[in-house]
Design a protein around this ligand. Structure first.
Ligand code: MRU
Length: 360
């Protein structure tokens, strides 16, 4: 039985300009508690990103847009050189929070570019421009995700089983998300389908977040351990795979949550279409292939102890804990962008798509 929507969802990331704070859903508390927290200090924002209170490539991008604006807002308005030094320092600090999702760097560069473009204007005016830019980045995220949803929903047929990994839903963006946006749009259109969500070890974004938001939205979702995907595919239950991405190289190699590569290999083996939902700000045209994408390594305790009452691995054991992997472009059926589908050869299609305005 499909559960009815029960939870009104606030935006994942929002700006409270009056109180000079960013308001986020603290995702480390989910699924137990849907709690909004206010972040005032740069250190709070940095730690919220680092600790995955706010996570997912698009949400991280919007978060740092707001963070950099809030940093700029505090700078004195009578010293231009000091203002730009302060802005650069805040940019570098926020950029050090996580290395893989390119949205973070794209947004920071865009915000600093806006300030530089208006250098010479009164600093109060530059602050207003940064506020407008941060709001534009947020609004674009919503529009991009909705467009991805509409393009992706057309691929979902009545009765489909759709497998997804990690959380590329509304909790990973401001609203809708990327890989889950097609599911929301297909659901809104009245299509009946089943979603299979990998739990996504070690941080359980699939179990805690995808399970939570799909259930709350009344979408039929079944949770499975990552190691169960092959057997589900073999049964013929999975008709499509939809995943998000943190950085796509110019040739179409796509970096996403650890475990995505294994799914892509399985999908190819079983002849299942594998779609990567990609807003163009997640495409990094400066990198020729996925080899150059920096992969975050996270603390071993996330694997050995974090979700257990007592540690589930012997103390001192070495742990391999990369947060992401790279799926070679040959294993991807198509990218779903805000401008539509890109099918192979990806290099040409991505280049063309990235030259278009970001807004769909
Ligand atoms: O470590 P996370 O939770 O930030 O990883 C998130 C993912 O890998 C998502 O799939 C990706 O950011 C796309 S979100 C629309």
């Amino acid at each position: 039985m499909v559960t009815k929507p029960v939870i009104p969802f606030p935006d994942t990331v929002a700006l409270d300009d009056v109180n000079s704070a960013a308001i986020i859903i603290d995702q480390t508390l989910l699924p137990g508690q849907l709690k909004l927290i206010a972040l005032h200090e740069q250190r709070d924002i940095w730690e919220a990103i680092r600790q995955l209170k706010v996570r997912g490539a698009p949400a991280i991008g919007v978060m740092v847009a707001m963070g950099l604006y809030l940093a700029a807002k505090r700078l004195p308005e009578d010293d231009e050189a000091g203002f730009f030094e302060g802005l650069t320092a805040a940019r570098d600090y926020l950029a050090s929070s996580r290395p893989t999702a390119v949205n973070l760097f794209w947004v920071l560069d865009r915000m600093v570019g806006t300030a530089n473009h208006h250098r010479g204007e009164p600093l109060a005016a530059i602050k207003r421009r940064l506020l407008m830019e941060a709001r534009a980045i947020r609004d674009e995220d919503i529009a991009i995700c909705e467009a991805i949803g509409l393009h992706g929903a057309a691929l979902i047929s009545e009765g489909d089983g759709v497998l997804t990994h990690c959380n590329a839903g509304r909790l990973a963006a401001v609203r809708y998300g990327t890989a889950l946006a097609p599911l929301y749009k297909a659901h809104e259109a009245g299509k009946k389908f089943m979603v299979y969500a990998d739990e996504t070890r070690p941080l359980l974004q699939g179990a805690r977040l995808t399970g939570y938001e799909l259930l709350a939205s009344g979408i039929d979702v079944t949770l499975l351990c990552d190691s169960m995907a092959a057997s589900l595919m073999r049964k013929g239950v999975v008709r499509k795979v939809f995943v998000g991405c943190d950085r796509v190289a110019a040739n179409g190699d796509a970096c996403n949550k650890i475990g995505t590569l294994g799914l892509a290999i399985l999908a190819r083996h079983y002849g299942i279409p594998f779609y990567v939902c990609a807003p163009t700000p997640t495409v990094d045209m400066s990198l020729p292939s996925g080899e150059a994408i920096p992969i975050e390594e996270r603390p071993g305790e996330e694997v050995t102890a974090m979700w257990y009452g007592t540690p589930m691995a012997p103390e001192g054991v070495k742990v391999y804990n990369p947060a992401f992997d790279v799926t070679p472009h040959r294993l991807i059926t198509a990218f779903i962008t805000q401008h539509g589908l890109i099918r192979p050869p990806f290099a040409r299609g991505l280049a063309r798509c990235c030259h278009r305005p970001v807004n769909p």
